[in-house]
Design a protein. Structure first.
Length: 170
């Protein structure tokens, strides 16, 4: 009799919430956004570093990563959040970009934004996963599945940001 390892989550989705604060809390998500920037590889010749103007690319990356993790996607919506959300204001450290800067930075730093956002999603998922006391980690099939699902979630969030910016400009 042949025993095969089955994938218990084969037809399920990871099920990330739109706002990751639901899973990790407000301050933990802020910390993850700051930490994520340290995991990103920056090429010193990249256009993202050269086109961020008076704004530090790390700050812009943290800001977009945090906002996309909270379900705030449109660049104009992020500018409004700077006025009303203390965490978003804290990230900016009294140096507030306008919506055009955010859109331009997103276009020129998509690779870094994908890396940063995926890292945050992965950490939030791991915190939720640990709370459930399940034990799938270490299984290659599961880690590959999760990586694919997180890549898909990152792309969905970036596409939604692009869509929202298109709607806001009309």
């Amino acid at each position: 009799m042949k025993i095969t390892q089955t994938n218990p989550v084969e037809n399920e989705k990871v099920g990330l919430p739109r706002n990751l604060q639901e899973w990790v809390g407000e301050l933990a998500l802020l910390g993850l956004a700051f930490d994520s920037v340290q995991t990103v590889h920056w090429d010193l010749n990249e256009k993202a570093l050269q086109t961020s103007g008076p704004f530090r690319p790390q700050m812009l990356l943290t800001l977009l990563t945090y906002c996309y993790s909270c379900g705030i996607y449109g660049s104009q919506e992020i500018v409004q959040a700077i006025q009303h959300n203390r965490n978003v204001r804290y990230i900016c450290a009294h140096n507030y970009p306008d919506w055009q800067v955010l859109r331009k930075f997103r276009r020129h730093s998509r690779t870094q934004l994908e890396q940063s956002l995926k890292w945050v999603l992965q950490q939030a998922w791991a915190k939720q996963f640990d709370a459930a006391e399940a034990d799938y980690m270490g299984y290659d099939w599961f880690e590959q599945y999760l990586s694919g699902e997180l890549d898909s979630a990152v792309q969905q969030r970036l596409e939604l940001a692009i869509l929202m910016d298109g709607v806001e400009s009309d």
